[in-house]
Design a protein around this ligand. Structure first.
Ligand code: COA
Length: 170
């Protein structure tokens, strides 16, 4: 599908309402490891934490060709000694998912992580029922590494967490 080019840019305060609404939507929330809902108070606190000197995360807003936010992605758990980090990525609206935006976003994020930040290893965590995401990371040659058994309790059931990793030579 021919979709317009997206860009990653730094997170602005005006993006926070988008993030809150996306994260609280049932389609995104159910795939997230954090069980809590977001509000503007915790969003503003999170935004402040991004610019802290000792912050272990670098987040970007994914914007479309009209500069409208369509998603968020970034690297968390950054460890400068071990040169590792973990992917976070959300394409916000369900009607813009599965149109190639995630692919463009993750490609740019991996380039940033491996080339600019010179990371050696990038991890991704996916709940076992998130079939889209399982397929998404495998498409990028992330390797299935560990299955954390009964990691989360959702809908009256225990679910495993699958940990993927990609190292620079993969
Ligand atoms: C997972 C996510 C980031 C993928 O981004 P996207 O823009 O929807 O995905 P793309 O259109 O770029 O598709 C990339 C790959 O993802 C997988 N995928 C996308 N939509 C899919 C669907 N409806 N069913 C199954 N696999 C799907 C496929 O492997 C696809 O590759 P292909 O097009 O060659 O088949 C996005 O769907 C999302 O934000 N999901 C909800 C939040 C989430 O789960 N984030 C990840 C937490 S670990």
């Amino acid at each position: 599908m021919n979709i317009s080019k997206i860009k990653l840019r730094r997170v602005l305060k005006t993006d926070l309402e988008y993030f809150r609404d996306w994260r609280n939507s049932p389609e995104i929330w159910k795939n997230n490891t954090q069980f809590t809902f977001l509000n503007m108070k915790n969003q503003k606190k999170w935004f402040k934490s991004l610019s802290k000197k000792d912050s272990k995360k670098e987040m970007f807003t994914i914007v479309n060709s009209k500069n409208i936010p369509v998603g968020i992605c970034g690297l968390t758990n950054l460890d400068p000694i071990e040169k590792s980090g973990k992917v976070a990525i959300i394409i916000g609206e369900i009607n813009v998912q599965s149109k190639g935006i995630g692919t463009q976003g993750l490609k740019l994020l991996l380039e940033y992580g491996f080339k600019k930040k010179k990371l050696h290893r990038i991890e991704a965590e996916v709940i076992e029922f998130n079939k889209k995401s399982l397929s998404f990371f495998q498409k990028f040659n992330f390797k299935k590494e560990v299955r954390l058994r009964n990691y989360l309790f959702r809908d009256n059931k225990w679910w495993d967490m699958i940990v993927f990793s990609k190292i620079i030579s993969d």
